[in-house]
Design a protein around this ligand. Structure first.
Ligand SMILES: C[S@@+](CC[C@H](N)C(=O)[O-])C[C@H]1O[C@@H](n2cnc3c(N)ncnc32)[C@H](O)[C@@H]1O
Length: 209
């Protein structure tokens, strides 16, 4: 839990959430045991909502770990969708592939291993939605790669936009500076209409106009 929202309110929000199926619940427990920073169910639902409202079918995810957020995206996108999973760690990718099979979405996900900021160049065409969750110092580079690849009316989402409140600090570390710069880039782009939602650790949602 982060302290963006008062603890009691945050706990209230999480208590409201419906139970997840066996695959997602097990992934949540696995991530907690191994200290893997996944978006969790509240932000998972936000991703699913963004996909369903926009009708996104071509989705590129930058930083997918064990595939928890990928499953929320792929399930919401439905049959015929193409979701690109990316992670730099082959062990994560192996776990993710097993999870995709168990979740029944393996056929709509393409697993790419390597640097997501470079991998996006290897996939041709425009995307309906790009979700950024790589190392935080890479957010500006990810932003610069992602925005030109979104179709008009497409969505850019990014996790950790408030970074446990560290974004408010002046003398910041590399990760925090990356998020601060990313947030400035979003709000100064004439092509984007951004909103940062103070959900969990902050989620940026931008419409490309
Ligand atoms: C916060 S976790 C992703 C969690 C995932 N989005 C979820 O919520 O289920 C970040 C992941 O991004 C990967 N990563 C970080 N920088 C990366 C990069 N430049 N390219 C590919 N993967 C990267 C890390 O290996 C890590 O597994």
């Amino acid at each position: 839990m982060n302290e963006i929202v008062k603890g009691s309110v945050e706990r209230y929000l999480y208590r409201l959430l419906p139970a997840r199926d066996a695959v997602l619940s097990e992934m949540e427990r696995f991530a907690a045991r191994r200290d893997i920073p996944i978006i969790g169910p509240a932000v998972g639902r936000l991703l699913a909502l963004a996909v369903e409202i926009s009708g996104a079918k071509r989705i590129f995810e930058m930083g997918s770990a064990i595939g928890y957020s990928t499953i929320w995206l792929a399930r919401a996108a439905g049959r015929g969708a193409r979701v690109y999973y990316t992670d730099g760690d082959p062990e994560n990718a192996r776990h993710a592939q097993a999870n995709f099979r168990r979740a029944g979405v393996a056929e709509r996900i393409q697993v790419l291993v390597g640097d997501a900021v470079r991998l996006i160049d290897r996939v041709p065409g425009k995307f309906d939605l790009v979700f950024i969750d790589v190392d935080k110092h890479q957010y500006p580079a990810a932003f610069r790669k992602a925005v030109p690849r979104l179709r008009r009316g497409g969505l850019l989402l990014a996790d950790n936009a408030l970074w446990s409140g560290r974004v408010t600090r002046k003398a910041a570390d590399r990760a925090t500076r990356g998020i601060q710069q990313f947030n400035r880039l979003m709000y100064s782009s004439p092509r984007l209409f951004p909103v940062i939602l103070p959900l969990r650790d902050g989620v940026a949602v931008c419409l490309k106009r």
